[in-house]
Design a protein around this ligand. Sequence first.
Ligand SMILES: [Zn+2]
Length: 184
Amino acid sequence: MVNDIRLVDGWANGARLCASPHFNQRPDNEVSLLVIHNISLPAGQFGLPYIDQLFQGCLDIDADSSFCDLVGLTVSAHFLIRRDGEVVQYVSCDDRAWHAGVSSYQGREGCNDFAIGIELEGTDDLAYSDAQYQQLQQLTLALFEAYPMLNTDSIVGHCDIAPGRKTDPGESFDWQRYKRGLRP
Ligand SMILES: [Zn+2]
């Protein structure tokens, strides 16, 4: 399911809209970094509604015993790409989503200020799906077009901007395969 993705006013057409209240304004209106993450809720389980719920601030805490750790957490990302390739958008790319946490890139702290966060539904050790790579590449190219400061050198993993604290997207993410698909 490859969609034709295009950004209009910070929103990707071709994505399913699932608006999150967890965002605020970018202090400098700068978008110059792309951060790749992974997430699964519960850990290692896919296709469930809990990621949407978490980012929307309405997680059903009773649905799984592991969710008690997530009580009161106000987080979001701009995008989630599910195992089947579905792209979900929670926050406009023009706004600041809350995905990076305590982080630093080339000496600058607080990467949320200037980053776009893309979550891949997955884990650090399970291969991502072909559909996820295809959609991630399409989405990335659309973001390059909409935000001229983004390019293949301004893409990092969460692990790169929060080392020691975060490991995603993990060993399972094939950076070479991803970046090969971004060449013109
Ligand atoms: Zn992450």
